[in-house]
Write a new protein. Structure first.
Length: 312
């Protein structure tokens, strides 16, 4: 008999992740996406692990290429298609998922509680990072990202099926185009969250091989023109109609994405605190990363409030 050998990926879930997402639900999401051909095929799975398809001829999108016009357009289109998955499947999309509240808002609460829990277990964490100050931002931020809610479709507040972690290591370059992977944090959320994620990640290189294994470069944040072009490609796919970068709807989407960038910095700072307390890792300093995201939050908040003419 002829035997076909395949490269597979053995995925094991890290310690402490049960505080950050529902692992059973995320397995169900992975299986749903696999059946739809959106995600890798799953060959076997068990408690805390699964074996899935891997692409031999694929590689992670290098951070240095994230702002190339063709790459940005492809990523925007991929995100838009992902967002429309519930509409494409209609009755086939599980109501348990579609009924979920927007993840960014619910995680401000759940990840905040997880932070409080782990800091009680490992109180010395507070000596390196001011968890109380981080948590104190949550109520204001939950209102700020959604205020002046517009009724216009595609202004950033449409609740869609969100990838939630569209960074370089979760976007594969394959011979057939770009492929989103790693859906552990996926769920329903406001559409601006994925757009904001990609913009932020352009400035955070996660491919650094020496400590702290990442590099932040503010100059790599997309320019206004790049953000507008990205959002034009996104809306063209999302709405099924050609949208030019000068379209007035683009400005609304960009502005909403800037607000959600604050939520992302704060949430990943909280995530880092939880991971630092629960994961034993000598290869990545989670607290250092949390401090970086907290600092980025404060800087971005200052810039945005100045831009909006708000008191600091």
């Amino acid at each position: 008999a002829e035997v076909t050998l395949r490269t597979v990926l053995f995925r094991e879930y890290g310690a402490g992740l049960e505080l950050l997402y529902d692992q059973d639900l995320q397995v169900r999401i992975a299986m749903l996406l696999s059946k739809q051909g959106v995600a890798a095929e799953i060959y076997a799975q068990g408690l805390g692990w699964r074996i899935e398809q891997w692409w031999d001829d694929a590689s992670a999108l290098p951070n240095s290429r994230m702002k190339e016009p063709a790459i940005m357009a492809q990523v925007a289109e991929e995100i838009a298609r992902f967002h429309k998955l519930p509409d494409r499947l209609q009755e086939g999309f599980p109501s348990r998922i579609s009924a979920m509240p927007p993840a960014s808002i619910s995680r401000l609460s759940t990840w905040g509680r997880a932070c409080e829990q782990v800091v009680m277990e490992v109180p010395q964490v507070q000596k390196r990072i001011d968890v109380s100050a981080i948590l104190a931002e949550r109520a204001w931020l939950a209102d700020f990202v959604r205020e002046a809610e517009e009724k216009t479709i595609a202004s950033g507040l449409d609740v869609v099926f969100s990838h939630w972690d569209a960074q370089e290591n979760n976007i594969l370059m394959t011979p057939d185009g770009l492929q989103l992977i790693d859906f552990e944090y996926s769920g329903m959320d406001y559409q601006a969250i994925d757009i904001a994620t990609y913009f932020i990640e352009c400035s955070i290189d996660l491919g650094v091989e020496e400590p702290p294994f990442y590099r932040v470069n503010h100059s790599e944040l997309p320019t206004e023109d790049e953000m507008h072009r990205f959002c034009a490609a996104y809306l063209t796919e999302y709405l099924g109609d050609s949208v030019h970068p000068s379209d007035l709807r683009i400005a609304s989407l960009v502005c909403r994405s800037e607000r959600f960038a604050l939520a992302l910095h704060l949430l990943w700072a909280m995530w880092s605190v939880v991971r630092a307390c629960r994961a034993s890792s000598e290869s990545f300093d989670y607290l250092e990363y949390g401090l970086e995201r907290w600092s980025l939050y404060l800087q971005a908040k200052h810039r945005l409030l100045q831009k909006l003419g708000r008191p600091l």
